[in-house]
Design a protein around this ligand. Sequence first.
Ligand code: HEC
Ligand code: HEC
Ligand code: HEC
Ligand code: HEC
Length: 374
Amino acid sequence: MPDSERAEYVLQALKATGYDAVVVGDQEFLLGESFFISHFAPYLAEKKTPLCWSLFEPGFEFSTSNSLKTTVLLNLANNSRKSCFRTRKSMQFKKAFVEFAVTGYIDKRAFLFFPEDKSAWFGVKSVKETVSNKNTDCLNILLSHSGEMTDNEIASQFPELDLIIGGHTQTVLEQPEVVGKTLIVQAGGSGRYVGRLDLNLDKQGNIADYRYELVRMTQDIPSHPAVSQIVEEYEQSFFKDKKPRPHIQVYPDSFAVVAAEDCRDCHQAQYDQWAGTMHSKAFNIIEKRMKIFNPDCLSCHTTGFGHKQGFVTVETTPQWENLSCTECHWVKREHISEPQAHPLPVTEQTCKRCHTNKNSPDFDYKKYLLQVKH
Ligand code: HEC
Ligand code: HEC
Ligand code: HEC
Ligand code: HEC
């Protein structure tokens, strides 16, 4: 679920990293037109990141007017030499400098399952209008938020592209795909990897050879100081205002948060079985990853996070580390004195609150149930 507050922090972090060029994806539109115009558009337009202008039709104005004319044309076809940006900064080669032409492209199909009310206000140009007849003097790079299959299609259709840096399908490409002379790279999702591609260019500016590496973002890689600070502020803001965040799914306050030990008295067998599952130890991994303050992790790795009786911090509510029975069994407190007040039945939806596509991609209800049922 989109969360504008979190998006603002993400945007701050993005600014702190100082990318030369970015392309927006479908998710950037989920918070709606006014958020896009007030937050993403100014970022994209920042002078510091001139390449981003190539994503927009010249003349597009970042006004907040709601008139129908405020259409963002993401996919810009600009065949003139002006679309080449001279830059030394990105060069790692000894030979003078190379001209880059960076174009952003998001395919219509990236919006296939997108809510229509959120996408009606902008237009997406076709790949043909965007990419065709690129200037062959430049190193033509396409930042594409369109998915691996589409990137392959584009590469075979437009051999003048030298490199496609892809996204959307979150494909982890161990090696670049090569279509004709076009390289396609993609480095998975959620920042788990950073893709590094070193290019050696010949005198004509064509790619002579390359070295590619997928760098796994492990704990031992030093944090970016400015970004860490933003993350810290985000975590603290959550504990300061305690406002529920829309992306964190909480079970209703009308059900109780109860420690597994309090259920054990009457349900010893179920308790013993539960104690052998990872649910009873789910906090360990968060500690190991040093995420004990991150609400985005606590929501699924603790008991009752966001609920008024549930986990807050390790110091104040150590009893709610890990996942107690009540994460699956939504139970009224009365059940403990009047067992006839049954908990709600456990269904597939109960699990999917946490076993989302993102966090549990292999989730299969029947198979997983076998491991947790008592
Ligand atoms: C004082 C004893 C007692 C405690 C404490 C207790 N239960 Fe129960 N529970 C029972 C009894 C007795 C039944 C069977 C009631 C019936 O069949 O009407 C039951 C039934 C259940 C059922 C099955 C309901 C159904 O639909 O068949 C679940 C699930 C359950 N308890 C979960 C819990 C959880 C979770 C806790 C801790 C929050 C808990 N119980 C604490 C006595 C207890
Ligand atoms: C929406 C719920 C949810 C959130 C939010 C969540 N997790 Fe998890 N996490 C899970 C589930 C479910 C599993 C078990 C996945 C499986 O076995 O299929 C899991 C497993 C894990 C694992 C072990 C498996 C692996 O991928 O190595 C780690 C580590 C982990 N989570 C860390 C985190 C961290 C760190 C965060 C915060 C950035 C986080 N999780 C946020 C639900 C969540
Ligand atoms: C991962 C989710 C999950 C957790 C955590 C969990 N249960 Fe269950 N429990 C189930 C499912 C699934 C069933 C079977 C379906 C149902 O009864 O709704 C079940 C059934 C039960 C029953 C009914 C009798 C039975 O054995 O079928 C009781 C009692 C029970 N659980 C108690 C507990 C207690 C006590 C805990 C904590 C120590 C606990 N459960 C933790 C998922 C869970
Ligand atoms: C409140 C969040 C939450 C709910 C609800 C939940 N899970 Fe989990 N589940 C997790 C997390 C987090 C992990 C990973 C724990 C770890 O590896 O540290 C996990 C791990 C598992 C595992 C790996 C278990 C193991 O012992 O190795 C299975 C299987 C599983 N869950 C099944 C289920 C099923 C089936 C349901 C629904 C009946 C369910 N879960 C409900 C959060 C949840």
